[in-house]
Every structure is written in C-alpha cells, then in structure tokens.
Ligand binder design. Structure first.
Ligand code: FRU
Length: 490
C-alpha cells in the first residue's frame, strides 16, 4: 500500500476508537508478534530514546508512528522497567503539538538533574516547500511521570556550515558541565557530529564540530552517543552512505563506534577504526545509559530505515534489541546481555554430543522462544555450528568456519525473505579454538552473542511454518558440543 503524505501525518488524536481497534486486531493476528522484546502495540517503532534510570526505575522511550508500518508523524512512546527485562507500556510521552515539532518529535535522550528527568529531543518541522527546520527541545518529567514541554526550543538555529539534517541530541555530564552531541551533515554533504555545552541543560553554547579522523565518511551521521568506559572515549553513531567493504557494512545503513582519547571541551577525538556494533542484519540507532552501579547499557533498534518487513501487512513493524552491558576486554568493546536477562530463564535442558561429520538433534532441544548456550571444543571440523527454527524447508544457521576463521549467520532459508537485495548471509572474522554461541530466540528474531560478547549478530527472521527444531552439526571433521537451553519464562 502506498501511504500519502496526509495519511503519514495524521495524528492519533484525530483517529476514532474504532479505527484504532481495527488496526490493533490486524496487528494481533500477526504470526510474528514478539514475546519478550519491546514492540509497538500498533504501527512502527524505530530508535530507542531517553534511555535512563530515574526515580527507582529504568525508562526507555522509542520513536513511534502509531497508525501503520511507515515513517510518519513521530511520537515518543514510554516504557519502564524495574529489571531491564520486563517492560511495562506506559503510553505516549511526547506528542507533536506545536510549531517546533509539528512534523515529528524526533530522537533524543534523557538526563536527571535535581529530581527531574530532562528529555532533550529534536522537533522536526517542515515548511510549505517541505523544507526541514529542526529545533532542539526540552521536556521535563517529574517523579510522578508528568511530562511538560518547555515553551521554547533550547537550540533554534542550525550553525553555519551545516544543513537542516541536524538532530538526535545525546546529553551527558562531565566535570560539572553538561554536554550535548548532535548528528549533523556539513554543507558539503558529509556526515559529522557537533558539540554544545550548558551549565543548566537549558542554555546551550555551541562548541563546534567534534573533530575525528573520519572527515569523509558517509553523508549523514544519525543518533550519536558519547561516553567514557574503562578510560576509553567512545563515540557511537549511525552513518549513512557507507559502501560495503569485504564482510563489513553490508546493511543499507551502518551503526558503529570509534574508540580512543577525547578532549570534549576542545572538541577533539583521536581514535582507531570505525567498527560495527552488530554483525547481523537488523540493527540501527543504538543508545546507551549508565546505571547507578556504573554499568553502561546499550539498546538498539532491531530494524533499519527504508526496508520493507513481512509484518507490514499486519500494520506494525520492528522491535528493540535486548539490553546489552558494555565493557572493554583486550582493547575491544564487548557486549553481553545484562545479567538480569537470566531472570527470563525457565525450564532448563542440558545436552552434549561428539559430532563427526554429522548432524544431531539433542533430546528435548526444540522451541520457538528460548535462550540457548552452545560451546564447541576440540574441533577439527571445517565448519560446525547449529541450526534453529528448523522445520519443513526452513532453518536459520549460526556457524563457525575454521578454515576462513569466520562466524556466519545465514537466514537464506529462515522463512519469508527480508531485504534480500542486501544479501542473506553475514560474516565476521573471529580467531578462536573454542567457540560459544549464546543465542536469544524470539518469535521473529535471533540475537547471537559470540564468545562471551566479542561479537553480536542480530537478525529478524520470519518462519512461515511452526519451525521449532534445533540441530547441531559438524562438517569435515570433529567437534564436541555442550549445550543448555532455557525456555523463556515471563
Ligand atoms: C534514525 C532517525 C533519526 C530521527 C528519527 C526519526 O532512525 O532518522 O535521525 O531523529 O529516526 O524517527
């Protein structure tokens, strides 16, 4: 279905109860509704926003177009949690209501100051020629969850040298000063980020561009984030316009980080190479937060802009990833599911096998939503790994190629194809004798944490049948697999 501009910019407030109910019914008939991932009740979810801990709870908002699976008029939808795994739908947090956000309450972040949660976001507007005018805005949330928008934007002008692609403020505090980093496009159509500082989160002073070594790296950098972890300065961003290089940058748009030493007041970052955060298919616009224990968490949008998904016909699209904890090991950024994810573990099944050029289904290893650990040791095989959501003609494959020293996620036969033009196989280099896969399977997704968070592969899958099988295999030699499966308990 083609969506007209009028349809995309309708407000949910103008839609009848009956129409919303019909849409909800259509959504609920979808065979691919997720069971433990944050998903929209109807319509389209994209970027995580305002990820924070406030008043004893985690808050996670997201970009939401309620009325269908397209990028239309965006709201902030609010979810909250006490444990990072069970999320409660709170409702709409920010509505597009005024001349500073008339065409969407776009992405942004949150920070607490003096018992108030400051939400900083981009108000997207379009004039009669459909030219964009972005405003950076603030809304305040109190401890009862009441949210009030500040009457005026806090940054109304795009600085000289940048286009109207200027959005997604991420705020933090460093040495008593507040900073915001904003995704931008230079007038020469290259992507970058810029920095602002503030003493009170309301009055912002332009510091200039964050200088990096990536002077010509795509045409726009969306959703930047910046933090220090273990003494390392890390800049995350989602660049658009990067071409594939060998196994990397295969998706329509990328999302990754650079790591090094930053001098924020001086706007300088000296860093290593840009590395993808996720090696799979569906991952974009991640955001981080730090919790009261000092843990740094990351959550991403399990989807991409400008790609059709099989759930579109049921009036909804996308979900968020599980929450990951970040750390640094041997100079590398490590991502592991937060320890609270273990609260989802229900019924446990254990098994092991020696595989010699063979494939096996372990007793009681099957399912649709589960966590699976598989450890492969003593391998001489050329390839070994596992297949999940196996059914008639269907399977999703996660394997290690010992010859090429690569981990591979293959969704060629997962079910209804997605974004086929971008390929159905993803690979990433890994040099290791012992290989472990920690896999989270939901009704229509897999997230694979390799070797305790060294690499992560995320992908949506859309099995056509009730495919539940799990198989372990080795090709061209031996491997020994030890596996544990937990059903998801809710
Ligand atoms: C990234 C993005 C942001 C923008 C938001 C709008 O996916 O394009 O740059 O703020 O989505 O929904």
């Amino acid at each position: 279905m083609e969506w007209t501009k009028e349809q995309r910019y309708r407000k949910i407030e103008d839609v009848t109860e009956e129409e919303l109910q019909n849409l909800a019914n259509l959504v609920n008939q979808c065979p691919w509704r997720q069971s433990y991932h944050i998903s929209p009740v109807t319509g389209l979810l994209n970027d995580p926003n305002g990820f924070s801990f406030f008043n004893g709870e985690y808050h996670l908002f997201y970009q939401w177009f309620p009325l269908g699976p397209v990028h239309g008029l965006k709201y902030w939808y609010h979810t909250k949690s006490k444990d990072l795994v069970h999320w409660e739908n709170v409702g709409i947090a920010l509505h597009p209501t005024n001349q500073y956000d008339s065409h969407g309450v776009y992405s942004g972040s949150a920070l607490e100051k003096d018992g108030v949660l400051y939400l900083m976001y981009t108000g997207n507007t379009r004039d009669e020629n459909w030219t964009r005018h972005p405003f950076q805005c603030i809304a305040l949330m109190d401890e009862k969850g009441n949210i009030v928008k500040n009457a005026q934007p806090v940054i109304s002008e795009v600085p000289e040298g940048y286009t109207d692609h200027f959005r997604d403020p991420k705020v933090w505090e460093e040495n008593g000063v507040y900073y915001a980093i904003i995704g931008a496009q230079r007038t020469n159509k290259t992507g970058c980020t810029v920095l602002y500082k503030s003493a009170d989160l309301m009055n912002w002073i332009f510091l200039g561009e964050m200088e990096t070594g990536l002077t010509e790296f795509g045409y726009m950098w969306e959703c930047p984030d910046y933090f220090v972890l273990d003494g390392q300065s890390i800049l995350l961003f989602s660049p658009q316009g990067i071409s594939p290089v060998n196994d990397e940058f295969q998706n329509i748009y990328q999302s990754g980080y650079v790591m090094g030493k930053a001098d924020i007041p001086a706007g300088k970052l000296v860093h290593g190479k840009f590395t993808e955060l996720d090696r799979g298919f569906d991952f974009y616009a991640p955001q981080t937060m730090v919790d009261p224990e000092g843990r740094r968490f990351l959550v991403g949008w399990m989807g991409l802009p400008d790609i059709d998904y099989p759930t579109d016909i049921n009036g909804w699209a996308h979900c968020l990833t599980l929450v990951r904890e970040l750390s640094i090991r041997n100079g590398k950024l490590i991502q592991k599911p937060v320890r609270e994810t273990a609260d989802l573990r229900g019924n446990q099944t254990d098994g092991q096998a020696d595989l010699e050029n063979s494939s096996i289904t372990l007793n009681e290893f099957e399912g649709q939503t589960y966590e699976l650990h598989a450890e492969f040791t003593g391998s001489t095989a050329q390839q070994f790994g596992l297949e999940l959501r196996v059914g008639t003609g269907e399977k999703t494959v996660i394997k290690y190629d010992r010859m090429d020293k690569k981990v591979i996620l293959d969704r060629t036969h997962s079910g209804v194809p997605v974004a086929e033009g971008y390929g159905s196989i993803r690979k990433c280099a890994l040099d290791s004798e012992k290989v472990t896969f920690q896999v989270f399977v939901d009704v229509s997704s897999v997230e694979v944490f390799v070797n305790d968070g060294e690499e992560v592969f995320t992908g949506r899958i859309f099995p056509k049948a009730d495919s539940r099988g799990i198989r372990f295999f080795s090709k061209g030699g031996h491997t020994r697999v030890k596996a544990t499966k937990w059903d998801i308990k809710k």
